[in-house]
Design a protein around this ligand. Structure first.
Ligand code: GDP
Ligand code: MG
Length: 191
C-alpha cells in the first residue's frame, strides 16, 4: 500500500508554487501497450534514447494555447494491476485522456469500459474527456476505423482524435485540445 503513495505525493510541490486552479491534472487511461507512455513522453519533451515501455510517471509542462498559458500535470500511471491506484486515478483528474490502439479492438472495448467507470466514479462532475485512437501510422494492422472511434466518442459524449506517437502526429493537437476543453468547462462554470 505504501508503495502506491509516492505518485500522489509527487503532485504536491506543484500545487504550492502556482495559484490553485492554474495547474490542470490530466490523467492518461487505457489498456497496457496502447501508447500512453509514448504520448506522455512526447508531451514531457523527454529526450529520445530510451524506450517508451517503462513505468509511468508525471510530467509537468507549461504550454501556450490560444495565446494563453496553461500548466498541465500529466499523470501516466500503470493502473492495470492496482485497484487502489486505479480508483485514485478516476478521482484525481481535472480531465482525462482515454487511449486505445487502432490496431487492437480489445483496447477499444476497454476504452468504453473506462469511460463508464469514470462516469460512475464522477457522476456529478462534468469532466473533459478526449478519446484517443493511437498508432494511426499502422495502417495495415488497423482494427478500429476512424468512424467507429468517432461514433464511440459521440455516444460517450467526449472529443475524439487519432494520433501517432511514433510519427508525432496530432500529439500536440491532443494536448491543446484538452486545454481548450478544460477552459470551456471553466468558462461555463463562471457564468
Ligand atoms: P502504454 O503501456 O500504454 O504506456 O504503451 P507504451 O507507450 O509503452 O507503448 C507500447 C508499445 O507501442 C511500444 O513498443 C511503443 O513503441 C509502441 N507505440 C506507441 N505508440 C505508437 C504509435 O503511435 N505507433 C506505433 N507504430 N507504435 C507505437
Ligand atoms: Mg506505460
Amino acid at each position: 500500500r505504501q508503495a502506491a503513495v509516492p505518485r500522489s505525493d509527487a503532485l504536491e510541490p506543484f500545487s504550492g508554487s502556482r495559484p490553485e486552479g492554474h495547474v490542470h491534472k490530466v490523467v492518461l487511461l487505457g489498456e497496457h501497450g496502447v501508447g500512453k507512455s509514448c504520448l506522455a513522453q512526447i508531451f514531457g519533451q523527454v529526450e529520445d534514447g530510451h524506450d517508451c515501455d517503462e513505468a509511468g510517471g508525471t510530467y509537468n509542462r507549461c504550454i501556450v494555447v490560444d495565446e494563453e498559458e496553461a500548466t498541465i500535470l500529466l499523470y501516466d500511471a500503470e493502473q492495470d494491476n492496482n485497484q487502489w491506484q486505479r480508483e485514485q486515478c478516476l478521482r484525481m483528474g481535472d480531465a482525462y485522456i482515454i487511449v486505445y490502439s487502432v490496431t487492437d479492438k480489445t483496447s477499444f472495448e476497454k476504452a468504453s469500459e473506462l469511460r463508464i467507470q469514470l462516469r460512475s466514479a464522477r457522476q456529478t462532475d462534468n469532466i473533459p474527456i478526449i478519446l484517443v485512437g493511437n498508432k494511426s501510422d499502422l495502417v495495415r494492422s488497423r482494427e478500429v476505423s476512424v468512424d467507429e472511434g468517432r461514433a464511440c466518442a459521440m455516444v460517450f459524449d467526449c472529443k475524439f482524435i487519432e494520433t501517432s506517437a511514433s510519427l508525432n502526429h496530432n500529439v500536440q493537437e491532443l494536448f491543446e485540445g484538452i486545454v481548450r476543453q478544460i477552459r470551456l468547462r471553466q468558462d461555463s462554470k463562471e457564468q
